[in-house]
Design a protein around this ligand. Structure first.
Ligand code: NAD
Ligand code: ZN
Length: 377
């Protein structure tokens, strides 16, 4: 018998054994354009998606009201810009009011285009979905509850790090929970990655959002759900974050270029694995105190040496090198009931804990240990 037959037989056995597992079949973003100045092509990109008498709606981060970017939005006919308030992370009530306002004013729209950080992009995804789904967006907080595809939707980041541009979720705070509308209908049809749009973002904000990406990488790469798909993207994203925050002195255009791709790759990494302890704990903070995602992750990660020793060491170095303020003592003065609420939210994020600590995570993480962690923040 020749050797290749043996090899073939062996690999056949391997395939048969493996095929009994269930693999996630995930929906990705439709089209991607990348490059400095690519925003200028927005007009031609969206042109084929315009329907007669149905406007394009641009949900633009309120930071850009009166700024040059607002005047570059390619408005035609009855198109409309709505400057969205992202002082707080998106709420289901805000999404519903935007979608209802558009339905009343126009009946239907050709598309929704989100221009801004993760908050504006999440609003755009959610409003697009709610244009074609009945009820409230809070009805769809969960996994695969959305019934119909939304209208055409485009995401254009002006901050890099969240990975919201590639993810299949839109994170919303609802009446009873903070949870995304996770579905195959949620990813954008088109994203425009133009690093020029992130120029001049304030250093602290750019760091907090950039660290969301760094933390995605650490949590994905050190998680038990890791596989070669996630690893390939996660390692690249981590290297780009290091190039920007560790190896460089000062910020330049190249930093914006790199961080935008880090965000994309970091998002792709967690799409096929999961985040971990920092996200699980930070969700509790944001639910109770309204702490925003990027800064919340930084506040938590700063205290996670016991889970991610190398990552936290490097994080502290990046904080110091980039001269960033990480708020402290934000849980001082909270009541036992407050801690209980945060612990409930955090322990509810079961897949995150399982990814971080393994199948028997409940033996390692309990209410007392988590409370002690919150008390440090
Ligand atoms: P953000 O969108 O909340 O914006 C933060 C601040 O930066 C705001 O004040 C905004 O006005 C301002 N800003 C935006 N672009 C700017 C620019 N170029 N220059 C100056 N200021 C600018 O911040 P973020 O960190 O990008 O996003 C956080 C949000 O993303 C949260 O709501 C979080 O839940 C969500 N998120 C979503 C996903 C997902 O997969 N859908 C993943 C992670 C986070
Ligand atoms: Zn995140």
């Amino acid at each position: 018998m020749c050797l290749c037959a043996v090899v073939a037989k062996k690999s056949y056995t391997f395939v048969v054994k493996f095929s009994k597992m269930s693999f996630r079949n995930f929906k990705m973003v439709g089209y991607v354009i990348y490059g400095r100045g690519s925003f200028n092509q927005l007009d031609e990109i969206i042109a084929p998606h315009r329907k007669a008498d149905a406007p394009m709606i641009f949900l633009v981060d309120h930071f850009f009201e009166g700024k040059p970017l607002a005047s570059r939005v390619p408005l035609k006919g009855n198109d409309k810009i709505i400057f969205v308030d992202v002082t707080y992370e998106p709420k289901t009530t805000y999404v519903d009011s935007l979608a209802n306002q558009l339905k009343e004013e126009f009946g239907t729209v050709s598309g929704v285009i989100g221009i801004g950080g993760g908050s504006a992009m999440d609003l755009a995804k959610a409003v697009s979905l709610m244009m074609n789904n009945p009820g409230s967006s809070s009805d769809y907080q969960g996994w695969d509850l959305v019934k119909n595809p939304g209208v055409y939707k485009v995401g254009i980041p002006t901050l890099s790090g969240t990975g919201a541009e590639v993810s299949r979720t839109t994170v919303l705070t609802g009446p009873t929970k903070k949870l995304g509308m996770n579905s195959d209908f949620t990813p954008f049809d088109q994203i425009v990655l133009d690093p020029e749009l992130t120029d001049n973002a304030p250093a602290n904000q750019r760091f907090y959002t950039g660290m969301d990406c760094y933390i995605h990488c650490i949590e994905s790469l050190q998680g038990t759900f890791l596989n070669e798909f996630s690893k390939s993207y996660g390692e690249k994203a981590l290297q780009l974050c290091r190039d920007v925050y560790v190896n460089k002195d000062g910020w330049d255009a190249d930093s914006d270029d790199k961080l935008m791709m880090a965000s994309y790759a970091g998002g792709m990494s967690i799409a096929y694995s999961q985040v971990g302890v920092a996200h699980a704990v930070s969700y509790g903070l944001s639910y109770l105190l309204g702490t925003k995602h990027g800064i919340g992750n930084c506040i938590v990660f700063d205290h996670l040496e016991e889970f991610y020793p190398e990552g936290v060491k490097e994080f502290k170095l990046m904080v110091e090198k980039n001269n960033i303020d990480i708020p402290k003592n934000i849980c001082a003065g909270l009541s036992d009931a407050d801690f209980d609420k945060m612990i409930d939210v955090s322990l509810g994020m079961k897949p995150l804990w399982e990814n971080a600590l393994g199948k028997d995570w409940e033996k390692q993480m309990n209410r007392e240990r988590l409370k002690a962690l919150y008390q440090k923040l």
